[in-house]
Design a protein around this ligand. Structure first.
Ligand SMILES: Cc1ncc(COP(=O)(O)O)c(C=O)c1O
Length: 390
C-alpha cells in the first residue's frame, strides 16, 4: 500500500499513480527503450487508419448512438461468428465501450452489490482491482503459479463462496501470457454453472496467440453463452491502443444492465474511430494471422535476448508480454528496485510484476517486458540487456 492520499475515498486508497506512468516517465527522462507499458511502436493497417480519416472528413464527429454505431455492432457480430462461431444480435447483444477498461468497470458497477466478491486470476491486470473497489466489491484471488502459470481447477472451485457475484477471467492473460486451454475453461464453466454465476471474460488479446495455441472464447463452452459477458477491444488487434474502442457481447439482459452503468461513465466515445474499427474487423483472415506471426517473431527475439542475459524466462503463449525471474541477476530478487535502476544500468524500462499481486511479496522477483515493439527496437533492447551479464 502507498501512503494515504488526501481527499481520496477509502475505496480508492492504495490505487495511487500506476507503475506504468512512473516507468514511462523514467523512460522518457533517461531515453531508455520502453518495454514497460504494453503499446505497439508500429502503426495499424492502412485500411483502418484511412477509414478513421475518412470518417472525420465525412462528418462522423458528433455523439454516436449510445450502444455504438450500427456498422461497428454489425461488424463485431460478424467477427464473433467468423472467428468463434458465436451468434450475437447487433441490436440487443452488443455494446460499444470506451475500451475494454470501461467495459470492465461498467460490468463491475452494474453487476456487483457492495460487499459482493469477485473471483479474479492473480497476477491481475491493474484496472480490475480498481473497478471492483469502485463497485464496493471485494476481489478473491485464484493464483496462476510459475513456471507454468496454469489455472488450478480446485483453487478456483475453493474461491467461490455464498458472496461470490462474478468470475472475472482473462485469457490470453496479462501479464503471464497464459492462454487458458479447453480443460481450464471447462473448469471455469463447471464452477459458473454449478453456482449459477455470471462470468466476465476479458479477451482483448484474442488474436495474439502463438505456437498453435488456440484461443477459445469462454462463451463457446456448453452452458456459458447465456451467462458470459465477453469483453474485447480494437486496441491490440489493430495497433490503435489510443483509440479506446472496446465492446461487450452478452445476452440482452446483461447488455442492458452493463449499458445502464456505461451510459453514465462516458455515454459514448470515439465517433469516427468506431467505423474504422468496423473496417478492421472485416479485414481478411491473413491480416489476423500475420499479426500473430509478427508478434511471435518479436516474442522469440526478446525471449532469446532475455535468456542470454541470464534471466529465468517464462515463455508466453500469447499477449504482448513476457515475465522473467530476475534472481539469477539480482540475488535479493527485488524487482521494484531492479526496474527503477534498469534505465540507468542499461537503458531499458520494464515493469515489476509485484504491482499485479495483492501481496507484493508474491511477485517481488518477477519483472514484465513487452515485445510489442519493432524488431530493430527489440534488438537494441537485447543488446543493452546483454550488458547486464556479469
Ligand atoms: C488484460 C487487459 N485488459 C484490458 C486492457 C485495456 O484495454 P483497452 O485499452 O481497450 O481499454 C489491457 C491493456 O493493456 C489488458 O492488458
Amino acid at each position: 500500500m502507498t501512503d494515504r492520499v488526501p481527499y481520496l475515498t477509502s475505496r480508492l486508497q492504495g490505487f495511487g499513480t500506476t507503475i506504468f506512468a512512473e516507468m514511462s516517465a523514467l523512460a522518457s527522462r533517461t531515453g531508455a527503450v520502453n518495454l514497460g507499458q504494453g503499446f505497439p511502436d508500429y502503426e495499424g493497417p492502412p485500411e483502418v487508419l484511412d477509414a478513421a480519416v475518412a470518417a472525420i472528413r465525412d462528418g462522423h464527429n458528433q455523439y454516436p448512438p449510445g450502444r455504438g454505431v450500427p456498422a461497428l455492432r454489425e461488424a463485431i457480430a460478424r467477427h464473433q461468428q467468423r472467428f468463434w462461431g458465436l451468434a450475437y444480435d447487433p441490436d440487443t447483444e452488443i455494446l460499444v465501450t470506451a475500451g475494454a477498461t470501461e467495459a470492465i468497470a461498467a460490468a463491475c458497477l452494474a453487476l456487483c452489490e457492495p460487499g459482493d466478491e469477485v473471483v479474479v486470476l492473480e497476477p491481475t491486470y491493474d484496472s480490475y482491482q480498481a473497478s471492483i473497489a469502485m463497485a464496493g466489491a471485494r476481489p478473491v484471488f485464484v493464483r496462476l503459479e510459475p513456471p507454468g502459470y496454469r489455472l488450478d481447477a480446485a483453487a478456483l472451485a475453493a474461491a467461490v463462496t455464498p458472496r461470490t457475484r462474478l468470475l472475472l477471467i482473462n485469457s490470453p492473460h496479462n501479464p503471464t501470457g497464459t492462454v487458458l486451454d479447453r480443460d481450464e475453461l471447462a473448469a471455469v464453466a463447471d464452477v459458473a454453472v454449478e453456482h449459477d454465476l455470471v462470468v466476465v471474460t476479458d479477451e482483448v488479446y484474442e488474436h495474439l496467440v502463438f505456437d498453435g495455441a488456440e484461443h477459445v472464447p469462454l462463451a463457446a463452452l456448453p452452458g456459458m453463452r447465456d451467462r458470459t459477458v465477453t469483453i474485447s477491444s480494437g486496441g491490440k488487434t489493430f495497433n490503435t491502443t489510443g483509440w479506446k474502442i472496446g465492446w461487450v457481447c452478452a445476452p440482452p439482459a446483461l447488455v442492458t444492465a452493463v449499458t445502464t452503468a456505461k451510459q453514465f461513465l462516458t455515454y459514448v466515445n470515439g465517433g469516427p474511430f468506431q467505423p474504422a474499427i468496423a473496417a478492421g474487423l472485416g479485414l481478411p483472415d491473413a491480416y489476423f494471422r500475420d499479426l500473430a506471426a509478427g508478434l511471435a517473431t518479436q516474442r522469440d527475439l526478446l525471449c532469446a535476448g532475455l535468456e542470454s542475459a541470464g534471466f529465468g524466462v517464462f515463455r508466453p503463449q500469447g499477449t504482448y508480454f513476457v515475465t522473467v525471474d530476475i534472481r539469477p541477476l539480482r540475488a535479493d530478487g527485488d524487482g521494484m528496485a531492479f526496474c527503477r535502476e534498469l534505465p540507468e544500468r542499461c537503458g531499458v524500462v520494464a515493469v515489476p510484476n509485484q504491482v499485479f499481486y495483492a501481496d507484493p511479496a508474491t511477485g517481488r522477483h518477477l519483472v514484465r517486458f513487452s515485445f510489442a515493439k519493432r524488431p530493430a527496437v527489440l534488438e537494441e533492447a537485447v543488446a543493452r540487456l546483454g550488458k547486464l551479464v556479469p
